[in-house]
Design a protein around this ligand. Structure first.
Ligand code: EPZ
Length: 421
């Protein structure tokens, strides 16, 4: 397994291209199961999670072809020859659970392994299952697998989610597009990924109104057809690379970045003293006036501050002038980066879902390790600002969600390299 080694201290200058969004792409790939005709995706990020899901889709009978060095992908599910999504793959990638809705919607049956817990929390799937049941599927749990069946097809209904779930909204939406009649999803996720999935389904012939709002109305159709769809820019990669010049200093243009995707982060960075400007090609982010000011952050569903940027923001606040309070409300165990940041000299006190961070004058490089994707990248960001060398172990987490992280950061002047462990 490789490590990433960062020599901290220098400013960042230049441009970074933002890749297609991981969490959009994965759900679009699952949606390919809804049609006999091919779905072509462009702006596909080159990530190990995409490769893992491709393997799962192939195991279900979907043919996958990569074009343009993996930046485009054609998925053809002319026939779903196997209805079981096995534990060996689903446990590696929770997004695999989102094959459930499309398979039940199209074929009336799916057997999908329960994903289990993961480092950031228990991550239950009860809302995925109750919404499929509400649509008329019979759900049985057998030996760690969910067996969902609806031999006579699904029937539209009203589903009100008790709290916002991105994955459950997307699974229910994919199941409902081929159901008989109308489905109303209340308290639906408004994430750009969910809206992008709806846009792709609409291009495939689905009837969906209200995507991007709290309430979606889906009128079932008999079948969907193929289309070509461009994956939107990854707002979490964008946000991560906005925080890079904020923590290291300098000025970086993020090509393909859009403020609307990261408005809650942009507001916080501006309050901390960072300059953000729209350009013809994206967003320009600069830190011109010394140390950033502390700001408080509370994670919330979109359009609130994303949980997937909390770790990176904590790294920034470790270097801020003052004390900030970071509250994590989405996942119950998402402060695993805090002890590692403390090893780099940070001053952080974690009490339940609240981290109080008092900025220090100087972080110090250290060997560190993280057990999830966003925590890992927060340690790289901290390493950019630290004195000396930071070695981030277990880089496979990063490769799940950041395309060529060391190349993108070294192109703007960071001293960063990948080394075999
Ligand atoms: C998606 O996960 C993302 N993953 C996550 O990104 C992201 O952190 C999360 O949404 C929140 O924005 C993908 O899209 C592949 P949820 P998801 O269902 O859909 C609880 C990353 O780093 N819940 O919105 O799994 C759940 O435990 C990843 O890229 C239930 O209790 O998130 C959590 O506390 C990490 N029952 C909360 O709801 C359910 O049935 C929100 O989870 C479903 C969820």
């Amino acid at each position: 397994m490789d490590s990433i080694v960062v020599q901290g201290g220098g400013e960042l200058r230049g441009e970074i291209p933002i890749a297609g969004a991981k969490n959009t792409c994965l759900k679009l790939m699952c949606a390919a199961l809804l049609s006999e005709e091919p779905l072509t995706l462009t702006n596909v990020p080159r990530l190990s999670d995409v490769a893992t899901l491709t393997t799962l889709l192939e195991s279900l009978g979907c043919e996958a072809a990569l074009l343009q060095e993996g930046q485009s992908m054609v998925l053809s599910a002319a026939e779903i020859s196997n209805k079981t999504a096995h534990y060996d793959i689903v446990r590696k990638l929770r997004a695999s659970f989102n094959v459930l809705g499309p398979m039940v919607g199209r074929t009336g049956e799916a057997i999908v392994s329960l994903p289990g817990g993961c480092a950031i929390g228990a991550r239950k799937v009860d809302l995925h299952l109750t919404s499929l049941e509400a649509l008329g599927a019979k759900i049985e749990l057998e030996e760690g697998y969910v067996h969902a069946s609806a031999p006579n097809g699904l029937k539209g209904t009203t589903i009100e989610f008790p709290f916002v779930s991105v994955g459950a909204t997307e699974n229910a939406m994919c199941a409902a597009v081929l159901a008989k009649g109308t489905t109303v999803l209340k308290n639906a996720a408004r994430e750009p990924d969910t809206k992008a999935l709806a846009d792709c389904l609409i291009a495939m012939g689905a009837q969906i109104e209200g995507a991007g709002t709290h309430e979606m109305v889906i009128t079932g159709v008999d079948s969907l057809h193929g289309t070509t769809h461009k994956v939107i820019s990854d707002r979490i990669e964008l946000g991560t690379y906005m925080i890079a010049p904020a923590i290291a200093g300098g000025e970086v243009e993020l090509i393909g970045g859009e403020r609307a995707l990261v408005a809650s982060l942009a507001d916080k960075l501006e309050a901390a003293g960072i300059e953000i400007a729209d350009t013809d090609r994206g967003l320009k982010v600069s830190r011109k006036n010394g140390r950033v000011k502390s700001v408080d952050v509370r994670t919330e569903p979109f359009p609130g501050f994303p949980t997937d940027l909390q770790a990176q923001m904590m790294a920034l606040m470790c270097t801020a002038d003052g004390t900030s309070v970071l509250e994590e409300t989405i996942f119950e165990n998402r402060f695993m980066h805090a002890p590692e940041l403390i090893r780099m000299g940070a001053n952080i006190d974690v009490q339940g879902g609240i981290a109080t961070v008092t900025g220090v004058d100087q972080l110090k490089g250290a060997p560190v390790m993280a057990t999830d994707l966003r925590a890992s990248v927060s340690l790289i960001l901290a390493g950019l600002a630290a004195e000396g060398e930071t070695k981030v172990a277990r880089v496979y987490h990063l490769d799940r969600g950041y395309e060529r992280v060391e190349d993108k950061l070294s192109a703007v002047g960071a001293k960063i390299e990948r080394v075999p462990e």
